[in-house]
Design a protein around this ligand. Structure first.
Ligand code: ARG
Length: 457
């Protein structure tokens, strides 16, 4: 097929070059946005009298027909027409005649592709935000149902202090909330109209960019035509926010993997969300969680890809930028899939409360409570720490749990210790006493739940 830019050339493009430079195999995904943008552009051309109103109407109708064709799977995408923009334009001209050639007035593929990508990201970011919200709600209801479960909290993957399972789960809701806010914020910069920048310098024709922005629902208009066709920072920002979100999901994934081991035995994952082994009949593997963790690597890679693609480019548009699409599309798909599968899996997780509770009280996890008990009796914290450390060492050497020590034994370490120490050693009591703001006490966790319920809407 004849290229829209064939005029200046004497030779045909080599087939090798056509297949090397084409992007239609992946940018066809932009079709809906490309047509949406073209319709708005055609309406503006008509309104401004740059093309006759009747031509504008013909073009709009022609574009709507093409949309139907693509929707129905009847459109033939051609790689000799390079990309989605030229495929749709060529089909328009074929369908409605030479008047279709008026669509590309006061426009370039450079501002067109920037527009399409912004429109796609606007839609997808909103979708991802609502998937995050749904997942937050699921975690929240699991946290509410398990408010009574005490588990070991960890630092360095060593048992540290008893906490509420709900408290632990709510921490992920906080992370996801920031992920959402970051995406909302990125939307402010995504939601800017680049169309009307043309190739790089604007146009001599009397276009009305504000009108196009209004038709397409953009909150702002790019103020520098060179910037608008040159930069992909809005996509990089999306990829960066996506990477942070995946990092959070990956840490959750890692905990689900650990917790479902025989060694931890904190949870049982639902059968429907685990897989078996082709050789070991007894196996039940946490592949979903592992894949979320693994896909995080790919999403990071996508961010680094685009940063690297952009880093050495002189202004303004360069064809290198065509490579922006795959990382963006792949990230969108990966995020949506990970959020959806985790959301479904989460409500089916069975928490082994008994095991969590037992392990919460082991490993001298309430030693800090003894130290704070001594502080309340007037001992400086450093001394209290030292005294408690000696108590723990005594327990280790005599193979005893803290609560098994008699009051006489305890008093040898400090005369400040009285009978009331025992309630401080108990895991439930330890949790209940951590009432500082944002602490793990049930009273505080209930406040968190209440707050989050109104935040996650
Ligand atoms: N397919 C191209 C891309 O994705 C569209 C812009 C092409 N512009 C050009 N001057 N060759 O970036």
């Amino acid at each position: 097929m004849k290229k829209p830019w064939a005029g200046r050339f004497k030779e045909k493009t080599s087939r090798t070059v056509e297949s090397f430079t084409e992007s239609i195999s992946f940018d066809r995904r932009l079709w809906r946005y490309d047509i949406m943008g073209s319709i708005a552009h055609a309406k503006m051309l008509g309104k401004q009298g740059i093309i006759p109103g009747s031509d504008s109407e013909k073009i709009v109708r022609g574009l709507e027909e093409i949309a139907k064709e693509i929707e129905a799977g009847k459109f033939k995408f051609r790689d000799d027409l390079e990309d989605i923009h030229m495929n749709i334009e060529a089909a328009l001209i074929k369908n409605i005649g030479p008047v279709g050639g008026k669509l590309h007035t006061a426009r370039s593929r450079n501002d067109q592709v920037a527009l399409d990508l912004r429109l796609l990201l606007r839609t997808e970011a909103k979708e991802i935000i609502s998937l995050i919200k749904r997942f937050q709600k699921t975690i929240l209801s699991v946290a509410e149902k398990n408010l009574d479960v005490v588990m070991p909290g960890y630092t360095h993957l060593q048992r540290a202090q008893p906490v509420l399972l709900s408290h632990h789960l709510l921490s992920y809701i906080e992370m996801l909330q920031r992920d959402r806010e970051r995406l909302e914020d990125a939307l402010k910069r995504i939601n800017i109209l680049p169309l009307g920048s043309c190739a790089l310098a604007g146009t001599t024709l009397p276009i009305d960019r504000a009108y196009v922005a209004k038709l397409l629902g953009f909150k702002g208009i790019s103020e520098n035509s060179i910037d608008a066709v040159s930069d992909r920072d809005f996509a990089i920002e999306f990829l960066s926010d996506a990477s942070t979100l995946m990092m959070h999901l990956s840490r959750l994934a890692e905990e689900l993997v650990l917790w479902s081991t025989e060694e931890f035995s904190f949870i049982e994952l639902p059968d429907a969300f685990t897989t078996g082994s082709s050789i070991m009949p007894q196996k039940k593997n946490p592949d979903v969680a592992e894949l979320v963790r693994g896909k995080t690597g790919r999403v990071y890679g996508n961010l680094v890809s685009l940063l690297t693609i952009m880093k050495g480019l002189p202004l303004s548009y360069n064809r290198d930028m065509q490579e922006d699409k795959k990382p963006v599309f792949d990230t969108v798909d990966t995020l949506k899939a990970c959020l959806a599968v985790f959301d479904e899996m989460f409500s089916g997780i069975r928490f082994k409360k008994q095991r969590m509770r037992e392990t919460a009280g082991e490993a001298y996890s309430t030693a800090t409570d003894i130290a704070e008990y001594l502080v309340r009796k007037g001992l400086p914290f450093r001394e209290a720490h030292e005294v408690t450390g000696r108590i723990v060492l005594h327990c280790i050497e005599n193979r005893k749990r803290l609560e098994a020590l008699s009051i006489e034994e305890l008093k040898k370490f400090s005369y400040l210790i009285g009978e009331d120490i025992y309630s401080n050693i108990e895991a439930e009591e330890s949790v209940k006493a951590r009432r500082s703001r944002g602490g793990t006490a049930p009273s505080e966790v209930r406040k968190q739940i209440k707050r989050l319920r109104s935040v996650i809407r």
